[in-house]
Design a protein around this ligand. Sequence first.
Ligand SMILES: NC(=O)c1ccc[n+]([C@@H]2O[C@H](COP(=O)([O-])OP(=O)(O)OC[C@H]3O[C@@H](n4cnc5c(N)ncnc54)[C@H](O)[C@@H]3O)[C@@H](O)[C@H]2O)c1
Length: 269
Amino acid sequence: MDIKEQYGELSAHYPELTDRVAVVTGGAKGIGLGIGLRLAREGMRLVIGDIDGESLASTAAALGDLGATVLAFHGDLSQSEAIEALFEQTGEQFGGVDLLVNNAANLDRFRFLDTHEETLERQLATNVRGPYLCSLQAAKMMKAQGSGNIVHISSVGGLRAHWRGFPYDVTKGALDAMTRAMAIDLAEYNVRVNAIGPGAIRTRRSLPDDNPVTQEMAGRIPLRRFGLVSEIGSVVAFLASSEASYMTGQVLYVDGGITAQLSPPGQKL
Ligand SMILES: NC(=O)c1ccc[n+]([C@@H]2O[C@H](COP(=O)([O-])OP(=O)(O)OC[C@H]3O[C@@H](n4cnc5c(N)ncnc54)[C@H](O)[C@@H]3O)[C@@H](O)[C@H]2O)c1
């Protein structure tokens, strides 16, 4: 992958983030990679945790080539042992954590009547227990430091139901509630907690832009296109910066207008 060609040189927008430490879960590809790249551009030192060892190795190497300082952690971040190990290594190598981005998720979606108890439990483990346990480890370090930022990557599905979106939407709704609950509890330690609800974002899993299905889907989005991973990364950087110093407990939708509309463009209700 030619990261430089896709994203350009590393250059900071928020100087206060330089040399700060960010943990990004699920940062090996997709939106997590876009977030990692943006934070690297801000001069942040990165810890990238992912279950996909191959993508993790190539992403860490590519970020390293750009001059970023990266600790790659390979593990299943729905499990407490792996999460404890990740934060132990982060503390040993970087001495603390300033920003946690809970991005890793299981994106499977099903029709309600096709699901079983295990479907729900598997998704809750990655999408809720993982972010909860990562946040718990990070918040303890942030409390000791006297500052910190946590950003959950949720979804428009936390607010409105996808067609056949069970139990994914349930987990994202829980993450939104966790954002508010954590924000209230951690405010006294100068730790801010916010979430981002992406709409349809173009990743390596997406069909090509000229595919008729993609075009039909894009036509139903007010801005008439899918979002870019860099457009999620920029909001993460903003939330972590001092520009957002009075924001906590919020879910920001970065969705081209999906959650604002009552019916798709050109269609009366
Ligand atoms: N792509 C979209 O359109 C979209 C829309 C709304 C929300 N989101 C959210 O954005 C986030 C990233 O989604 P994406 O589209 O980049 O998905 P993706 O599948 O491309 O990337 C997810 C990453 O998380 C990793 N991961 C998954 N389970 C893990 C685990 N148990 N432990 C460690 N790593 C794990 C994967 O290996 C992968 O690298 C998710 O939280 C998703 O719900 C995505």
